[in-house]
Design a protein. Structure first.
Length: 231
C-alpha cells in the first residue's frame, strides 16, 4: 500500500500479485455480485460487493477509484480523495463542500433497522448496505432472538427473512403485529419462496411489504425509505 499527497488531494494505492483481471472482464468489476471466477470450484472467495461498496463510499466523498491490471501479474487500485479546506470556525467562509459531499445519507441517520436473517452471508450483505446508506442496524439471527430484541431495541423497521429454523418469519411477524406495543413497526419480508401466492401469505401475516431473494440491495433501500417516510 502506498499513500501520496498530490495536487488533487490524497491518493492511496493498494496492489496484489494475484491472478489479475482479463481485459474482457474489466467492465464487470464494479457490478454488484460479480465474481470474475464464478465457477463452483473457484479458489477466490468473496461476496462480490466489496468493490461496489468501496466505489460508492469513495464517490460519496467526491473521490474516484481507478485500477490497473495485468492478467497473471496482479492488480492495483487507486483511490483519490480531494482535499477539503473546511471553513475556520467563527468566520463565515464562503467555502462549501463539493455537491457529492452533501450526501444522500443524512435524512435516514438515526433510523434503526433490524435485520432478521439466519443466513450469515445474506445478513452481512443487507446489514453492510444499510449501514453504508446511513442506517443504524441491529442483527437477529433467528426468530426467537428477534422477538427478544425488538422490545429492548425498538427498531423503526424490520427486514424479515421468512424461512428460518425455529420460529419462522411469518410467525414472528404475526406475533409482532398482534402486540399493541410493536404493531406499528414496519416489516418488510425477504422471501425466497417462489410459488404464486407467497407474497399474499406475507401480507396476510402482517408484513407491510416484501422483497424477493436474491435481494436487490437498491430495491431494499428504496422500500425501506418509502415505508419510513410513510410511517
Ligand atoms: Mn433463511
Amino acid at each position: 500500500m502506498k499513500a501520496l499527497k498530490t495536487d488533487l488531494g490524497l491518493s492511496i494505492t493498494v496492489w496484489d500479485t494475484g491472478i489479475g483481471i482479463p481485459d474482457d472482464k474489466k467492465h464487470l468489476l464494479f457490478q454488484p455480485f460479480q465474481q470474475l471466477d464464478s465457477s463452483l470450484s473457484r479458489r477466490h472467495e468473496g461476496t462480490g460487493l466489496g468493490l461496489v461498496l468501496t466505489k460508492k463510499l469513495v464517490e460519496m466523498h467526491a473521490g474516484a477509484i481507478t485500477f490497473e491490471s495485468k492478467e497473471g501479474a496482479g492488480t492495483s487500485f487507486t483511490v483519490t480523495l480531494p482535499e477539503w479546506h473546511l471553513p475556520e470556525p467563527e468566520t463565515k467562509a464562503e467555502t462549501s463542500l463539493p455537491d457529492a459531499a452533501a450526501g444522500t445519507v443524512l435524512h435516514v441517520s438515526g433510523k434503526k433497522i433490524m435485520v432478521v436473517e439466519d443466513n450469515r452471508l445474506n445478513m452481512l450483505l443487507a446489514s453492510d448496505y444499510l449501514k453504508l446508506n446511513g442506517f443504524e442496524v441491529i442483527e437477529a439471527s433467528d426468530g426467537e432472538q428477534a422477538l427478544l430484541m425488538v422490545s429492548s431495541e425498538r427498531p423503526d423497521l424490520i427486514l424479515m427473512d421468512i424461512q428460518m429454523p425455529g420460529i419462522d418469519g411469518l410467525e414472528v411477524t404475526r406475533r409482532l403485529k398482534e402486540d399493541p406495543s410493536t404493531r406499528t413497526i414496519s416489516i418488510i419480508a425477504m422471501t425466497a419462496l417462489a410459488m404464486q401466492g407467497d407474497e399474499k401469505m406475507c401480507l396476510n401475516a402482517g408484513c407491510d411489504d416484501y422483497i424477493r431473494k436474491p435481494v436487490n440491495l437498491d430495491e431494499m433501500i428504496a422500500k425501506v425509505e418509502k415505508l419510513l417516510r410513510a410511517g
